[in-house]
Structure formats: C-alpha cells, structure tokens
Design a protein around this ligand. Structure first.
Ligand SMILES: [Fe+2]
Ligand SMILES: [Fe+2]
Length: 307
C-alpha cells in the first residue's frame, strides 16, 4: 500500500504517485520521439497512379465478387477514398477527443505530469488532424461526413462524457485505427503519404493508448457495479458509432460502383468480419479485464464483428 500513502484526492478520485509515474514516462517518450508531419512527409511528391490508398486486404470490398469484377483503376480509386474517409472520421473523432481531454483537465494542477501529458496529447491530435486533412486533399478525397444522427450524438458525447466513458471512447477509436495503420505503414504498393502518416500516427498513438488505459483503470478504481455497467454500455455505444461511421458509403460511387450492391456485398463480407475480429482482440481483452465487457456491451461488439 506504499503507493496509497502518497495518494492525493483529485476531484473526488484517487491519483497516486505511481499513476503520475506513468504520465512521466509518457512525457519522456514524447520528448524523444515526436514528429512534425509538415517536414516528415514529402507533400509535393506526385502520387504514382498505380498505388493504393490502403492495403487491398483492408478494403471493405476485398474478398467479394464485386472486388473481382472491378478494374485495377477502380480498386486504386476505391482504396484512396476508403483511406480518406477513415482519415476524415479520424479528424472528427480527434476533435471530440481534444475537447473531452481539455475539459477533463480544467483547473487541474499544472505541476502534475498527468496534466502535462494530457496537453501534449491534445497537441499531437491537433497535428494529426492537419496531417490527415492534407493527405485527403492530396488524394483528391472530398469531405465525407458522418450521418447527421451520429454527428449530433458526437456533439452530445464530447460535451457530456467524462472519466472512463470519455477515455473508453477514446481508446476504442485509437485501437481500431492502430491495427489498420500498422499494416498501412508497411503496405507494398500503398501511397507513401499513407505509409508516412500511418507511421507517425502509430508511434504517437501508442502513448495515447497507454494513457487512456491508465486513466480508465484509475477512474474505475472503487467504481460500483452500476456505474461500471452503465459506462460499459456507453463505451460500446460509442464503438458502434465510430466503427459504423468509419467508411462513408459515398466511396463506392466515387469508384464508379453501384452503391446498393456494394453495401450489400460489404455487409456479407466474411473477410472483412474476420479482419475486424482479429484487430479487436487486444481491445476486447482490455475491456474484459477492466470489467467493461458486460453482456449488453458484448452484444454490441458482436454485432460489429469485433467479438
Ligand atoms: Fe491521432
Ligand atoms: Fe490519440
């Protein structure tokens, strides 16, 4: 119990010196390994016509009959719009995140490493959103917006979610993107701007995910069953909005495909489902260990093919 002797009650929760050590290590890591996308990425290099936006295996249509019928040019266009749509969802989500983290740190002690890391994370996200915006512009991808109802749900979530609900939503979005981007950054025949932006994102987000997991553990310390259940459901609901908004249906028409047929093939795509399940394994294990994988929450994750 040595840790608890130095515990301080910060706004009704217990924040120990061991908790602050996690933030200190993350701050050290940020000081040695952070990137400025405006200089790391060659934004002026022309885009080779035959390179994909993301590894074909990550296309929502890969493995379907429609994919087999598509021309190589359509596959290139589709994957560029898919990655652009995911980046736009990333920007939407990073705006929600920045606001929640800023609100969470309101008037907290600036001497704490937690406060400083939280602000470092906001600065990272701000650079990421600008980087994604530039990548979309370069690929000629238009703005893809979430469904009106989800956009409004996001507005409510960013204004109201706190503690493990806020950090749970953050973690879900970061984990889902992370697994894909690890493949994109190594993808052969994937555009260099996608590989480069993914590399930067993977490195910086690994700290954010550690921070989110730490915050979730801390906020759940001593939380009652009712609170845990409600927030487990809230995190799963956030996952539903994030995952179902990831690829906008407009990408299919952009590649000259019939939208209705494409959506039907995506819904039945077994390859896609197994990719989702594999990439969610780590997240599901953490949620289970934190007591956030309740039965209703698991039902939602199953519907999303994350479980
Ligand atoms: Fe980010
Ligand atoms: Fe992040």
């Amino acid at each position: 119990m040595a840790q608890l002797t130095t515990a301080a009650h910060v706004h009704g929760r217990t924040h120990t010196s061991a908790d602050d050590d996690v933030s200190k290590r993350l701050l050290d890591s940020a000081a040695t390994l952070s990137f400025d996308p405006s200089v790391e990425i060659d934004w002026d290099a022309p885009l080779p016509e035959d390179q994909y936006g993301l590894n074909p295996e990550w296309s929502t249509l890969y493995g379907t009959r429609l994919w087999e019928e598509m021309t190589e040019q359509q596959r290139v266009t589709l994957t560029r719009h898919e990655v652009g749509s995911i980046m736009m969802t990333g920007i939407w989500f990073e705006m929600i995140l920045q606001q929640m983290v800023l609100r969470d740190q309101y008037l907290k002690d600036p001497a704490n490493a937690e406060f400083r890391f939280a602000l470092t994370e906001i600065a990272d996200e701000c650079r990421h959103s600008i980087m994604f915006a530039r990548a979309c512009e370069k690929m000629g991808v238009p703005q893809y917006k979430p469904l009106r109802a989800w956009a409004e749900a996001g507005r409510g979530f960013k204004a109201l979610a706190r503690a493990e609900l806020a950090y749970g939503g953050i973690l879900v979005a970061e984990e889902v993107l992370d697994v894909m981007q690890r493949d994109w950054m190594r993808g052969e025949n994937v555009l260099e701007i996608v590989r480069g932006t993914s590399r930067i994102h993977v490195v910086e987000e690994s700290r954010h995910m550690k921070f989110a997991r730490q915050e979730i553990r801390e906020r759940l310390r001593g939380a009652g069953t009712a609170r845990r259940r409600v927030n487990a459901f809230g995190v799963a609901a956030a996952a539903f909005v994030i995952v179902s908004s990831m690829v906008n249906k407009g990408v299919y028409a952009a590649a000259g495909l019939d939208t209705e047929r494409a959506l039907a093939e995506v819904r039945a795509n077994q390859h896609r489902k197994s990719m989702m399940r594999t990439s969610s394994r780590h997240l599901m294990a953490f949620l289970a260990e934190s007591g956030l994988l309740t039965r209703p929450a698991a039902g939602i994750y199953r519907q999303l093919d994350m479980l």
